[in-house]
Design a binder for this molecule. Structure first.
Ligand SMILES: Nc1ncnc2c1ncn2[C@@H]1O[C@H](COP(=O)(O)OP(=O)(O)O)[C@@H](O)[C@H]1O
Ligand SMILES: [Mg+2]
Length: 251
């Protein structure tokens, strides 16, 4: 489905050689722990002992009860939130140790993120929303908009490039968020319940698109999901609990 989306040289190189070493995982998480403050004071442990490695071309699904900390974990992996202990290494760089400017550069170079809450920007049309990671990465505007248009077509919104986010349904906004996460062909794709707002047919298309990032582009793909179908399609399905990640049994 993505064969007709041209890739920037830098993004392609990142996907092909994300960690400068073919044996190293694109994402390595070790001993991650996080507590959250309680309203009455003090803190409660959300999770601890989270270890995870995701290699190029691999699709890993994470399931778990609501409130267990799945979104928090993805945010920590992307360097958007802080762990209390433990490390996250992306493409050979320990993002948990980097100052914000370098975290942003690492994200820009290697990470695509489909947020649970979309975060589509209301003052930009759909094409510019999707082109944003490319523009922030220094791509020429005409190239970025052309690739954004092709990516919108891949998520079934090819005729909406000039439209505004306010005109879209929740499911359509989710597809814009997915197009934006994929447009730079990231070496690491993080998706937080990416099919949660979609009808079964659209969910199937989006699942194929996410799987293609691994199968065709060699991305490491980590999907938080409540969907049995998504978990079953992944190479590995893990369940997040307070004690960490453990294999979950699907099918
Ligand atoms: N910064 C924070 N301060 C206080 N509580 C938080 C904070 N971040 C997350 N939480 C709490 O941690 C729990 C896990 O949240 P979340 O990661 O969104 O779970 P999930 O995605 O698995 O449903 C929730 O109870 C949430 O309210
Ligand atoms: Mg969540």
């Amino acid at each position: 489905m993505l064969a007709d989306v041209p890739a920037a040289g830098a993004a392609r190189a990142a996907a092909a050689d994300p960690a400068q070493s073919p044996a190293a995982p694109v994402l390595a998480v070790a001993g991650l722990a996080r507590a959250v403050p309680l309203p009455a004071g003090g803190a409660r442990s959300l999770f601890s002992g989270v270890d995870l490695a995701v290699r190029a071309g691999e699709v890993v699904a994470i399931t778990g009860e609501s409130g267990v900390g799945k979104s928090t974990l993805l945010n920590i992996i992307a360097g958007l939130d802080e762990a209390d202990t433990g490390s996250v290494t992306i493409a050979g760089q320990q993002i948990t140790r980097l100052p914000e400017a370098q975290r942003a550069a690492l994200r820009c170079a290697h990470v695509g993120f489909v947020f649970q809450a979309f975060h589509v920007l209301p003052h930009l049309d759909l094409a510019r929303n999707v082109a944003l990671p490319l523009l922030l990465g220094g791509a020429r505007e005409a190239d970025a908009l052309a690739r954004a248009g092709a990516m919108l077509a891949a998520v079934g919104l090819g005729d909406r490039a000039g439209d505004w986010p306010a005109h879209l349904s929740g499911g359509e906004l989710q597809r814009v968020a997915i197009a934006r996460a994929l447009v730079g062909r990231p070496a690491l794709l993080l998706a937080d319940e990416p099919t949660g707002n979609l009808d079964p047919e659209t969910a199937g298309r989006i699942l194929s698109l996410l799987l293609a990032q691994a199968r065709d582009n060699g991305a490491a793909v980590l999907i938080v999901t409540h969907s049995e179908r998504v978990a079953a399609a992944a190479d590995r399905a893990l369940s997040l609990t307070a004690a960490g990640l453990a294999p979950s049994h699907h099918g």
